[in-house]
Design a protein around this ligand. Structure first.
Ligand code: CAA
Length: 389
């Protein structure tokens, strides 16, 4: 049963959602299990998504993007993730962690050189903040960038870089003035075909196995001055404001995963019989489905609301940190709740690789961890509400 739309969609929004749905169901869904099992990056479908404009949805056409708004991005991402969260992760990092940072903080020359090829889907972008010894406490990074004439020498090791093994360009954060703590962080645009950049060990993952994740290592990597993103010392604020956008993407991903698991459960509850009746006729199953549906629709409101808040920020400059964190927190916990219930409703077959339900369950877990754990989202929300630090 469709819930009455609180967010009436324009013709343009309906069109992008339909295009993403058709592509996801026809081209991604049939290959998702195979790529998950093998842990292979789906280069062919990602290229096609680039050709369709899905890799730079909010980037203006003048810079090679689709020139659409945040709601369009969220609607498309939700549909892609309904078919496969791995494709969604790659799309999300490309759009919201890479393109949005460049769009907001890049110079005209940087946009032409680093944004256009990624927004056009001809190159892949990534974002690298986390290190082996600094995750949630991002301001304690150890990577160093030392000024050397009109360039910087970068040394260090970064971890958990989505698309790290395949990215052409990466926004990387390193300390230029460690004594200033988070105010000493600077952002750089890294070209992965340059000497001093090394792709490190692959991260072996529970879920989103078709999205490639690795460490990256810098050994005297030389970043010329024109590859610095923003001013020296602006890096932490750039990282945080880019993550605000990224968290809306992860919220949309969570929504897509939850919807896929719910729809599978609903169909199964209508068909599967036990003790002489359809299992959906047991109150125990019906109540679970009711809770799943209600949480999904509540998540949708938060996710679309966050997209609208980000859209408003483009004109007012008013931060959407609170809306983004609430959407990510609630939608990711919903994805975990719904996929957990989906496996249980399916019973043994839900635990089997014959159905995608176990994949939804494995994929959902990361949404409570990456781009800020649920604990970090709660901290951000509480600080925003209290106005205390
Ligand atoms: N936008 C702009 N500025 C912001 C901001 C935001 N959303 N959040 C904080 N700031 C600014 C603050 O105003 C403050 O500025 P001043 O220096 O002028 O005072 C500065 O940043 C420091 O802020 P805090 O004092 O709040 O910093 P903190 O050290 O207490 O940390 C935190 C805050 C929320 C815990 C932050 O460190 C955080 O979000 N941690 C989680 C990191 C994270 O999400 N990592 C995931 C990385 S990406 C990934 O998962 C991999 C991938 O490839 C997908």
């Amino acid at each position: 049963m469709a819930v009455k739309d609180l967010f009436p969609l324009s013709e343009e929004h309906q069109m992008i959602r339909q295009a993403a749905r058709d592509f996801a169901q026809n081209e991604i869904n049939p290959i998702a299990a195979e790529y998950d099992e093998a842990g292979i990056f789906p280069m062919k479908t990602i290229k096609k998504m680039g050709e369709m404009g899905f890799m730079g949805i909010e980037v203006p056409e003048a810079y090679g993007g689709a020139g659409m708004d945040t709601l369009a991005y969220v609607l498309a991402l939700e549909e892609i993730c309904k078919a496969d969260a791995s494709h969604g992760t790659i799309m999300s990092v490309n759009n919201s962690l890479y393109c949005s940072g460049l769009l907001n903080f890049g110079s005209e020359t940087q946009k032409e050189r680093f944004l256009r090829p990624v927004a056009e889907g001809k190159a892949i972008g990534a974002y690298s903040l986390t290190e082996p010894m600094s995750g949630s406490d991002a301001g304690t990074m150890r990577s160093r960038a030392v000024r050397n004439g009109d360039s910087y020498l970068i040394n260090g090791r970064k971890s958990w870089v989505t698309s790290g093994p395949v990215a052409n360009f990466i926004v990387v954060f390193a300390m230029t003035q460690p004594e200033k703590k988070h105010r000493g962080v600077t952002a750089f645009l890294i070209e992965t075909d340059k000497p001093g950049f090394i792709r490190g060990k692959m991260e072996p993952k529970l879920g989103i196995r078709a999205s490639a994740t690795s460490e990256i290592v810098f050994e005297d990597y030389c970043a010329p001055m024109d590859c610095r993103l923003g001013e020296e010392g602006d890096g932490f604020k750039i990282a945080m404001s880019v993550l605000d956008a990224g968290r809306i993407g992860i919220a949309a991903q969570s929504l897509g995963i939850a919807e896929a698991a719910y729809e599978a459960s609903l169909a199964y509850a209508r068909e599967r019989e036990a003790f002489g009746q359809k299992i959906g006729q047991f109150q125990g199953i019906g109540f679970q489905l009711a809770d799943m549906k209600t949480r999904i629709e509540a998540s949708r409101l938060l996710v679309y609301n966050a997209a609208l808040a980000k859209e408003r920020w483009k004109t007012t400059g008013e931060r959407f940190t609170l809306e983004a964190s609430m959407a990510k927190l609630f939608a990711s916990e919903t994805a975990m709740f719904v996929t957990h219930a989906a496996v249980q409703i399916h019973g043994g077959i839900g635990y089997s690789k014959e159905l995608p339900v176990e994949r939804y369950f494995r994929d959902a877990k990361i949404t409570e961890i990456y781009e800020g754990t649920s604990e970090i989202q709660r901290l951000v929300i509480a600080r925003q509400e209290l106005g205390l630090r």
